[in-house]
Design a protein around this ligand. Structure first.
Ligand SMILES: NC(=O)N[C@@H](CC(=O)O)C(=O)O
Ligand SMILES: [Zn+2]
Ligand SMILES: [Zn+2]
Length: 425
């Protein structure tokens, strides 16, 4: 446990103040002794520790691609103090034992809080419900997702929603109608997919599932969350559903806020991701929706893949890209520098809202005396060129490699522990 005083930081856009980290909590800075370490943070911004609703840690099963230790170290370097770990591991997190095991791994190896996401269906197979109630009771699971797969069966989705309502759970849907966009679909459907000869993935495959799930949320009085929204069509559906008072939230990934379909013309599998990168007009709609709150949160969909799964012809490579270390940089570049979000807005979309959606009690809390000491100290002016070799992740599928981006994270503190400090230490 660390003890330190941070002086002069802009507290999430609310003006300058001091923070005193003691015994895992924020304490009154006037009580700090003269011997306590002081970090001069004038010109920096302090945000509550970031919370990622959508991380793939790959442990258990694919420790060659990522582990709890390496994935949470990447999280800490990105300013995150909690990550929701998706269930598509091997074995799948579809039982209470599997969820408890992941919790234990997180306690042992985590440089951030590891929150298990439970599978909706056994083995992610989409036919029988997993042990939702047992996972909730024994491991505190509140977010359930078959991510990687869509819960395509409307009846199973309805039953899952009815089930989790009892304990205020939420179903996080990977919205991809498998009949409109099958497992081979890998390029936004349009002129370019035709020219490149890649199977198309139309926005309608996402938006139709989201419309259906909004109706099921209304029918059951339960909560739906939409993973990695990629299209303007889905944004329209979300607006319509939220206007009706339906309890539906959504996240957008950093890559969908910035990268576009044309990158695929190189056939570089680094840019293969599900759902696919889309043209400019979708990127613009996603930025607008994140600014106005239609999309409540950023979720990284950090999806590490080993070399031998990624270095293939485009059609055969595994989909997914790294995201934890660069998420805040991309949000600053696309949302803050452009005037769409202020620092309070960044805190809301990357900490408060994700913590609320996942019903985490000790995360996404204000920087105030008595609250858990989770924070990230941000340098709004620093920039650097991203180097994939410098990552804490075990994988190198980094779509930002070689780009100049903001380099904001100076210090991360999780539960009173320094988990990252720029330049090491
Ligand atoms: N996003 C991806 O392209 N891949 C994810 C699965 C997913 O998020 O659907 C993965 O697990 O690799
Ligand atoms: Zn997904
Ligand atoms: Zn995912």
């Amino acid at each position: 446990m660390s003890e330190l005083v941070i002086t002069g930081a802009d507290l999430a856009g609310a003006g300058a103040g001091d923070l005193y980290v003691r015994d895992g909590l924020f304490a009154d800075p006037t009580e700090a002794g003269a011997d306590v370490e002081r970090v001069d943070a004038h010109g920096l911004v302090a945000l509550p520790g970031l919370v990622d609703l959508h991380t793939h840690l790959r442990e258990p099963g694919r420790e060659d691609a990522e582990t709890v230790a390496t994935g949470t170290r990447a999280a800490a370097r990105g300013g995150f103090t909690a990550v929701l770990a998706m269930a598509n591991t091997n074995p799948v997190t579809d039982t209470a034992e599997a969820a408890e095991h992941l919790l234990a791994l997180g306690r042992r190896d985590g440089a951030a809080q590891v929150v298990p996401v439970g599978a909706v269906s056994k083995g992610l197979a989409g036919s029988e419900l997993a042990e939702l109630g047992l996972m909730a009771r024994s491991a505190g699971v509140r977010v359930f997702s078959d991510d990687g797969h869509c819960v395509a069966d409307a009846r199973l989705m309805r039953r899952a929603l009815e089930y989790v309502r009892a304990f205020d759970g939420v179903i996080a849907q990977h919205a991809q109608d498998p009949r409109l966009a099958g497992t081979d679909a890998c390029c936004h459907e349009g002129e370019l997919s035709g020219r490149l000869g890649l199977p198309g993935w139309p926005p309608a495959a996402e938006a139709t599932i989201v419309a259906r799930d909004a109706e099921l949320a209304a029918l059951t009085g339960s909560r739906v969350h939409v993973c990695h929204v990629s299209s303007a069509e889905t944004v329209d559906v979300l607006r319509w559903a939220q206007k009706r008072g339906i309890d539906i939230t959504a996240e957008v990934t950093p890559h969908h806020l910035m990268l576009t379909t044309d990158l695929l013309s190189s056939y570089d599998p680094t840019y293969k991701v599900n759902p696919p990168l889309r043209p400019d007009e979708h990127v613009a709609a996603l930025r607008e929706a994140l600014a106005d709150g239609t999309i409540a949160a950023v979720g990284t969909d950090h999806a590490p893949h080993a070399r031998h799964d990624k270095e293939h012809a485009f059609a055969d490579a595994s989909p997914g890209m790294l995201g934890l270390e660069t998420a805040l940089a991309v949000v600053i570049e696309t949302m803050v520098t452009t005037g769409r979000l202020d620092w309070a807005g960044v805190a809301e979309r990357m900490s408060y809202a994700p913590a609320r959606i996942a019903r985490l009690s000790g995360q996404g809390r204000p920087l105030a005396v008595g609250e858990p000491a989770n924070l990230v100290l941000v340098d709004p002016a620093a920039r650097s060129v991203v180097d994939r070799a410098a990552s804490a992740s075990l994988s190198r599928n980094n779509p930002w490699h070689g780009r100049e981006l903001p380099d904001p994270v100076v210090l991360t503190v999780w539960a009173g522990r320094v988990t990252h400090r720029r330049g090491g230490g």
